[in-house]
Design a protein around this ligand. Structure first.
Ligand SMILES: C[S@@+](CC[C@H](N)C(=O)[O-])C[C@H]1O[C@@H](n2cnc3c(N)ncnc32)[C@H](O)[C@@H]1O
Length: 391
C-alpha cells in the first residue's frame, strides 16, 4: 500500500497520506467503486455505457459518427478500438446492457436483483423511471450527479450478506448536512429546494424496497444521503474515441502517415465540438472508499483518472509527493479551480461545508472578495437559478 488513512484533527477529520515517495505521474492507488451510476441525461442522450462499470458499449467508429453527426465517417486503424462488442450482454428480464458477463453477474448480486424492472418495455410508469424523469426535469446538463445512484446504494445494503456491516460502511462516508462549528449549512437545505426534494423523496420511497434501511430513509436521512453523495461523489468519464486516439497515436507510422492521422483527428474533434459541444464522454458518478478520504486543496498534488476506461479509479500524482505528505485532490473542476479565492470558498462552503486553508488560499488571503464582474454576475445567476442543487 502506498497510502494510509489517518485522523488529522476535528476540523479536517481524516485524510489520505503517502507511506512512501510517489513521483509525479505515478499511480498512487487504484480502486473499484462501491457503487457507480451513469448520469440520467447522459444515458437518455444515448451515450452507451455498461450499466455497472460505465465501460463504453459503442465502437470508436459508432461513437465518432454519433458525436460528429456524420454517419458516413470511416475511422482508420479500426484495430485501435478497444470496445469488445462480442462480450456485451443484457439482463434477460429487463434488457439492461453490460460490457461483460462479469459486470452483469456482479450488478445482479449487488443491487440489480432488487432494482430489475422485470420488463423490457419502457413506458415511464415504473416508479424507478418516474424517479429518473423527475430528477431529469430538476437537473439539466451539465450534470454533476444523479439521484439514480441512491436506489443502487440502498439496494446494495438491502442485498448485502451482512446489511448492518454494509450500512456502517456507507455511513463511514461524510454525510453531514450542517457544520455547526462554522455555522455552515449544505446548499441542498436551502428553501428553494424543499419542494423538489420532497417530490424526489416520496418517489424514492415508492421506487425501492427499504426493509433494512428504513431508518436511513426518514426525510432527515434522505437529506443526509444527498449530502453524502454531494460530498463524496466522484465524477467518472469514459470514451471509446479517446481510447482510439490514444492507441492510434502510439502506432509506428511513417512521418507522412502520422501527419495525415493528426489532421484526421483534429478535424474529427472540430466536428464533434460543433455537433456535440463539451458532451463527448459517457459520464456518471461513483463512490470510492479510499479516494473519498482525500481532502481538498486548491493546489492539489493528485487527481483521479480512469485509465482503464471504466469506473476503476486511478489516483495519479500531479507532483512529487514525499513520504508522510497529505494527498489532496481538487473538489472543484478545472474551471472553478481557476476562479478567485472568494468564488472557490463560496462553492466549497455550500457544497462541502468547510473553509479552505490550503497554501494557495493562504497566499491569496489579501485578495479582494470578488475579482471580476464576470464572477459577480455568475454568483448572482447562481443565487437565482432556482433548481440546480449541485455545484
Ligand atoms: C470526501 S470527504 C474527505 C474526507 C474527510 N476529511 C473525512 O473525514 O471523511 C470531504 C469532507 O472533508 C472535509 N474537508 C475536505 N477538505 C478539507 C479541507 N481542505 N479543509 C477542511 N476540511 C476539509 C470537509 O468536511 C468535507 O466535506
Amino acid at each position: 500500500m502506498n497510502v494510509e488513512i489517518r485522523e488529522i484533527d476535528c476540523i479536517k477529520g481524516k485524510g489520505l497520506f503517502a507511506k512512501k515517495f510517489l513521483p509525479t505521474g505515478s499511480v498512487i492507488l487504484e480502486e473499484e467503486p462501491l457503487v457507480c451510476c451513469q448520469f440520467s441525461w447522459n444515458a437518455a442522450c444515448n451515450y452507451k455505457a455498461c450499466d455497472h462499470c460505465l465501460r463504453p458499449l459503442e465502437s470508436a467508429q459508432e461513437n465518432a459518427r454519433r458525436l460528429a453527426g456524420n454517419y458516413n465517417l470511416v475511422l482508420p486503424h479500426p484495430e485501435c478500438c478497444t470496445t469488445n462488442k462480442t462480450a456485451i450482454c443484457e439482463c434477460a428480464s429487463c434488457g439492461t446492457e453490460y460490457c461483460s458477463q462479469d459486470c452483469l453477474v456482479t450488478a445482479f448480486n449487488q443491487y440489480h436483483r432488487t432494482l430489475c424492472l422485470q420488463t423490457k418495455e419502457r413506458n415511464g410508469f415504473h416508479p424507478l423511471e418516474t424517479l429518473n424523469e423527475a430528477w431529469k426535469q430538476i437537473h439539466h446538463p451539465p450534470e454533476t450527479s444523479t439521484i439514480m445512484i441512491l436506489p443502487r446504494l440502498i439496494a446494495t445494503i438491502e442485498q448485502a450478506e451482512n446489511p448492518d456491516e454494509m450500512l456502517k460502511r456507507i455511513l463511514n462516508f461524510t454525510h453531514r448536512t450542517r457544520n455547526e462549528d462554522l455555522e455552515l449549512v449544505h446548499k441542498i437545505m436551502g428553501d428553494k429546494y424543499v419542494d423538489s426534494l420532497n417530490t424526489l423523496y416520496n418517489l424514492l420511497l415508492a421506487a425501492v424496497p427499504h426493509d433494512v434501511v428504513g431508518p436511513l430513509l426518514t426525510l432527515e436521512g434522505f437529506y443526509s444521503m444527498l449530502a453524502l453523495l454531494g460530498t463524496n461523489g466522484q465524477g467518472v468519464g469514459t470514451s471509446p474515441i479517446s481510447q482510439w486516439v490514444t492507441k492510434a497515436s502510439e502506432l509506428p507510422l511513417s512521418k507522412g502517415e502520422k501527419k495525415r492521422l493528426d489532421q484526421f483527428i483534429d478535424k474529427l474533434y472540430e466536428d464533434m465540438d460543433k455537433h456535440s459541444g463539451n458532451f463527448l464522454n459517457n459520464e456518471g458518478v461513483a463512490l470510492f472508499s479510499m479516494q473519498s478520504s482525500a481532502n481538498h486543496s486548491c493546489d492539489p498534488n493528485a487527481e483521479p483518472n480512469y485509465l482503464h476506461n471504466n469506473s476503476r479509479l486511478s489516483l495519479v500524482a500531479l507532483k512529487d509527493i514525499q513520504e508522510g505528505d497529505e494527498i489532496c485532490i481538487s473538489y472543484l473542476d478545472e474551471c472553478n479551480l481557476s476562479r478567485s479565492r472568494h468564488s472557490r470558498h463560496k462553492m466549497l462552503k455550500e457544497n462541502y461545508l468547510f473553509v479552505c486553508c490550503c497554501p494557495k488560499c493562504k497566499e491569496q488571503v489579501e485578495d479582494p472578495d470578488v475579482t471580476s464582474s464576470e464572477e459577480e454576475e455568475e454568483d448572482h445567476d447562481d443565487d437565482d437559478d432556482g433548481e440546480d442543487m449541485s455545484e
